[in-house]
Design a protein around this ligand. Sequence first.
Ligand SMILES: Cc1ncc(COP(=O)(O)O)c(C=O)c1O
Length: 381
Amino acid sequence: MPALPDALRQHMAVHHHYAFLNHAAVSPLPVPARDAMTAFLQSRTLYGRQRLDEWKPRIAQARQRIAQLINAQSEQITFTRNTSFGLNIVANGLDWREGDNVVVPHTEFVANVYVWRNLERLGVEVRFVPDRAGRILPEDVEAAMDARTRLLAVSFVEFQTGFRNDLAALKDICHRRGIPICVDAIQGSGVLPLDVQALELDFVTAGAQKFMLGPIGIGFLYIRPDWLPRLDRFISGWMGTIDPMNFFSYDLPFRENAWRYEEGSLSSVLIIGWNESLRLFLDIGIANIEAHVRALTDHLLAGLQRLGVEIITPHDRWEERSAIVSFRPRGDAQALAKALDEAGIAVSERGGAIRVSVHGYNTLEEIDRLLDGVKTLGNGR
Ligand SMILES: Cc1ncc(COP(=O)(O)O)c(C=O)c1O
């Protein structure tokens, strides 16, 4: 297999017309993912149910690959339709009491806030932890907690700045207090290693559509097995039972594993597409992707420093960085993002900053194109 970036780039048709640096928004699909979905749709079109079983192993394979990506077991992975749904399974499955609270960094993406705020109807308080120049410090998280804190909800990587949270330190704080840590991993999974066993994480959820290069509308939730007895099924259905194909019993028990939270038929076409994206990662190896992403963002940070723009991503150490780098251009960020798009360079504007988010198939040349674009287009208003 060729080294990065070609090992991945050969599958990413987007690079023919875009320097695509916007994976933190929605990624392009790898060609093999599209082809697998097309083949499945063709099979359904021509044969309906009659050939469905041929595709079943792909679903099991995808689940296995997700598990491998985070060092878990297949039985610990629930398919969800997005990150929010995974968070909802956790939020609505725990036994809340009036006066309990949930602690959340105030730099979280809205998806990781509304789900918890929905518990306010039960008398649960959502407490926000302030950042320090983009960093979420474990001691500040702990200071926000008290005897009624029941859970910490935090991203692996913060969506705007790309700050990588210290999950090991945060988990230690939570477990010392006997409470779970619930991680929204969408801004890191696919480009950074995440070992749920080594980190002893309780809940980890992510949609497929960003750095995992998967379709929109599918995701996963990892549940640490010792939580299963304490996590009610807030949605329930036939696919969660021990024998879904037994259509004539209404008394079946539910599975003893994380599949018990899958209520009905899965989004087969999306999982079959995602399965191919996951194969690409595992073949290349996340450590290799991480090393490439690090080299790209090193180059980007050095270039931005030369341009003298304000970098809002904390970047003293690699351990606090990710595949996301954000900066405030001299001119209007929205206008710059639009001008860059017209020049074939895809980034996002977020909160007055330009957010650049790279992947294992991007090149140093693409980063140079962006830096040139910022230099020539970025000094407007
Ligand atoms: C941190 C974070 N969580 C979640 C999401 C998306 O949530 P969902 O998969 O539920 O649409 C995003 C971005 O879209 C995000 O940046």
